[in-house]
Design a protein around this ligand. Structure first.
Ligand code: HPA
Length: 275
């Protein structure tokens, strides 16, 4: 089993702190095709992850690696552009690196976003889904050094309810549902999608579940948002490809950006870590 390289995390955190003093109020992980959100933030400072000592490098198209700092309505935001997927490296210490860095910087709240295939037949491409719970189908235990088996309520209900309310005020339709995380990189077969449906999954993707588990174990309050980019195999008729995932994510960019900004600004009004 891999071990979290604590001294690497410390070195990354120290390097970032020198350039970005202060504790971010919230960290935001941006999923496939959703990274542009951070480019539109006023007064932002961007640090390429390639410059950060020990920081892992992503290889997936549409996943630029950068940490973006910005202030939104008095809230200090740290956004991660580009995530590392388990299928790229088969190493959870790399997947969880941003979460551990966020924790090292003192972050207490995490908003995780992803692109996902819709399994619930009511969902259409372009829908946003607030994640109420998850099914971890990656079958990997957390690396040594991350506390585990303490929490089972991973997504904060108060924050999720607040996000839903903010979406309603904006007239942005949002769904609620269970996110199933698979390892990938192959898209699921129709039989696998049917299995996930029977298990209770509303959407399926190749990220998020381990990051959220880790963040929760580290005491963070978590909100999860999936952008449904396609109907999962067997639910729709079209074959899946990564370009489609990015295109649909791009189309919902405006709603997504408005909602995210509202949520980040509202974060202080929700009592943190109510567990
Ligand atoms: N399956 C898995 N991951 C995904 C999908 C999907 O259909 N769409 C976007 N990410």
């Amino acid at each position: 089993m891999n071990r979290i390289p604590a001294e690497h995390i410390r070195a990354s955190v120290a390097w970032i702190r020198e350039r970005m003093p202060g504790t971010p109020d919230v960290a935001l992980v941006l999923g496939s095709g959703l990274g542009d959100y951070a480019d539109g933030l006023p007064g932002r400072t961007s640090l390429p992850t390639a410059d950060i000592p020990h920081y892992p490098v992503s290889t997936v198209e549409g996943h630029r690696g950068a940490l973006v700092f910005a202030e939104l309505g008095g809230k200090k935001l740290l956004a991660f552009q580009g995530r590392i997927h388990l299928y790229e490296c088969n190493d959870l210490t790399m997947v969880l690196y941003p979460i551990l860095v966020a924790a090292g910087l003192g972050v207490r709240a995490l908003v995780v976003t992803n692109a996902a295939g819709g399994i619930n037949r009511q969902f259409a491409p372009g829908d946003l889904m607030l994640i109420t719970d998850q099914i971890d189908l990656m079958f990997e235990r957390l690396p040594a050094g991350v506390p585990s088996a303490r929490h089972t309520r991973l997504y904060d209900e108060t924050l999720t309810g607040r996000a839903e309310e903010l979406a309603r005020k904006r007239g942005i339709p949002v769904r609620r549902g269970v996110y199933a995380g698979v390892k990938g990189p192959s898209y699921e077969t129709a039989a696998e999608v049917e299995m996930i449906h029977r298990l209770g999954g509303d959407a399926v993707g190749m990220s998020t579940v381990k990051e959220v588990l880790c963040a929760s174990e580290l005491g963070m309050t978590v909100l999860g948002i999936s952008c449904i980019t396609n109907k999962a195999t067997g639910i729709g008729s079209a074959p899946l490809d990564h370009a489609e995932v990015r295109d649909v994510a791009g189309r919902v960019r405006r709603d997504f950006a408005l909602l995210l900004t509202d949520i980040i600004q509202a974060l202080g009004q929700v009592s943190m870590n109510s567990r």
